[in-house]
Design a protein around this ligand. Structure first.
Ligand code: GDP
Length: 306
């Protein structure tokens, strides 16, 4: 909770500054307060659709209670946000960096646009799964950028986790295939495969990802067990756009939202959790290996309101 609270500092300050302003000088929740609150949430990157949903719920509450005190508003807002964030199947999370049960090795395909923190997230996952006693294997299937392979290699050296890679320009699907074959041979617990994110058009992206999935399935029919989309939280509403783009191109099963430190746009996590029925499983709150946290909706809300 401490790392999370520190990482959410800017978002918390922005969020609260706006909400405090929205209710300044008012004792009861009236139409003005709700209008101000709506503006505050939208400008805190909660997104219009999600904001409207939250405001409508509070309106219902006001209609029922008549004289709702503004002092009660924080608690109500917190409960509303928590309801949007806390959902999904608890068995499918990575709590304490344990792996969801049932498959061995557990294959995670990591997708996302360049620059969002994909490689860093994979490095952090490798570190944390290793610390939790899991044997990890990395696959450098982002073969378009030499820098991507180099960076993943640095993480491999830093964490002592083996990596499967080829020269730049080789076929990403064949790197993915080799990685899974090697993971099975090594009896790895978890395989993390990096993919290229430079694909601009949807058809190309779909094609590339489905090819990678197909070759993985030649080795393990039920894999990948997770397709994790990495989004940069500091880009606010752009992250929502990317999520739309990727979910239209392939089946995404989990989200990681990075760079929540250093931004006041962390409200976007609420919009993303609400608008995509895909669970947020990790959040990045810094550049170091320990700055990747398993997402917990309750803790996140506490971090926002602490
Ligand atoms: P990729 O192109 O998606 O693989 O992105 P990288 O992993 O290379 O990350 C791009 C930059 O973002 C690097 O400088 C990372 O150190 C930085 N970065 C990644 N995650 C976080 C995070 O959670 N917080 C901060 N502050 N920086 C991050």
């Amino acid at each position: 909770q401490e790392t999370l609270d520190a990482g959410l500092q800017k978002t918390r300050e922005g969020f609260f500054g706006k909400i405090t302003k929205a209710i300044a000088g008012k004792s009861t929740v009236d139409v003005d307060v709700l209008d101000n609150l709506e503006d505050a949430l939208v400008s805190a990157d909660v997104g219009i659709e999600t904001t409207v949903k939250i405001i409508e719920n509070i309106e219902l509450r006001v209609a029922k209670d008549k004289y709702l005190n503004t002092a009660e508003l924080n608690g109500i807002l917190k409960a509303e946000i928590e309801a949007l964030l806390v959902k999904g199947d608890a068995d499918a999370t990575y709590e304490n960096y344990e792996l969801p049960k049932g498959h061995h090795p557990h294959v995670i395909l990591v997708v996302g646009v360049n620059g969002v923190g994909k490689t860093t997230t994979i490095g952090k996952l490798a570190h944390n799964f290793s610390l939790a006693g899991k044997s990890v294997l990395l696959g450098a299937a982002d073969t378009f950028r030499a820098a991507a392979v180099e960076q993943l290699t640095i993480w491999s050296e830093r964490t002592g986790v083996p990596i499967v890679k080829r020269e730049q320009g080789s076929d990403p699907a064949s790197v993915a295939y080799d990685t899974v074959v090697s993971g099975v041979a090594r009896n790895a617990d978890v395989i993390l495969i990096d993919t290229a994110g430079r694909l601009h058009n949807k058809a190309h992206l779909m094609d590339e990802l489905s090819k990678i999935k197909k070759v993985i399935q030649k080795v393990i029919p039920a894999a990948p067990h997770e397709v994790m989309l990495v989004l940069d939280g500091s880009t606010g509403q752009n992250a929502l756009e990317q999520a739309k783009h990727f979910t239209a191109a392939t089946e995404v099963t989990a989200l990681t939202i990075t760079k929540l430190d250093g931004t006041a746009k962390g409200g976007v996590v609420i919009a993303i959790a609400d608008q995509f029925k895909i669970p947020v499983k990790f959040i990045g709150v810094g550049e170091k290996a320990q700055d990747l946290l398993v997402f917990d909706g309750k803790q996140f809300v506490n971090g926002l309101f602490s």
